[in-house]
Design a protein around this ligand. Structure first.
Ligand code: NAG
Ligand code: NAG
Ligand code: NAG
Ligand code: NAG
Length: 188
């Protein structure tokens, strides 16, 4: 029970990170200047948004899916994020329920992969991504092993591959190369 509470506190901290960088100065977390490292880009492959419905009077059931590789740790995860959409509304709301809070794609603490949809405009998708893991293999952080949180806010276009009354499919034809934009660490 205690473990669960601690874990959920840690996760809520992680989930808040990119929104509240300035609020987190209180000692336990260290913000690192990325320039001192040479992290490799993440790669997102098989990125697609797949929406289906059985009747034009219903909302579409959409799934946003991709595989996410982190070559810094040779680890990967799959994200599969469902939401409801009328196929028209661009603003998040009852007719387009994409998540603007971080959701967990995969978790086996301290290995956590999180996704947020920041914005969708036509074919331009802006995501928030956080990969949390223990830096014990690379030992590049000042006091390893530490729990490190890497985050990025990639923007990329997906192409409309097909659309009718019953399905809408968007896909990124090429793998998406994602620059890591921020890094914090805390003692493991
Ligand atoms: C990841 O794989 C590459 C290529 O096989 C290897 O050079 C590298 O040392 C591996 N890194 C880790 C952290 O295991
Ligand atoms: C959602 O779409 C329905 C059908 O087009 C419309 O009647 C309703 O007003 C929309 N709701 C919002 C909050 O936009
Ligand atoms: C993507 O766009 C958002 C909002 O304009 C911006 O904050 C973010 O830094 C951009 N990402 C990159 C990698 O440029
Ligand atoms: C890393 O990703 C950024 C953003 O997509 C890209 O501009 C840059 O060329 C990539 N770097 C490498 C080495 O692939």
């Amino acid at each position: 029970m205690t473990f669960l509470i601690v874990l959920s506190l840690m996760l809520s901290l992680v989930a808040c990170l990119p929104n509240s960088l300035s609020n987190l100065g209180a000692g336990r977390k260290t913000f690192h200047d990325l320039a001192q490292f040479s992290w490799k880009n993440w790669t997102l492959t098989e990125v697609c948004l797949d929406c289906t419905r059985t009747s034009p009077s219903e909302l579409f059931d959409c799934e946003y899916k991709f595989r996410w590789d982190d070559p810094n740790f040779n680890t990967s995860a799959h994200c599969n994020n469902p939401w409801k959409w009328d196929g028209i509304t661009t603003q998040q709301g009852p007719n387009n329920t994409y998540n603007t809070n971080y959701i967990i794609c995969e978790m086996a603490w301290p290995e956590v992969w999180q996704l947020r949809i920041n914005n969708i405009q036509d074919e331009l998708f802006e995501l928030g991504l956080i990969h949390t893991c223990k830096d014990e293999m690379l030992q590049r952080l000042p006091a390893p092993p530490e729990i490190a949180e890497f985050f990025a806010v990639p923007n990329f276009t997906m192409q409309l591959m097909g659309r009718d009354d019953y399905s809408i499919v968007y896909a990124a034809k090429e793998p998406v190369s994602v620059l890591i934009q921020g890094l914090t660490s805390s003692p493991a």
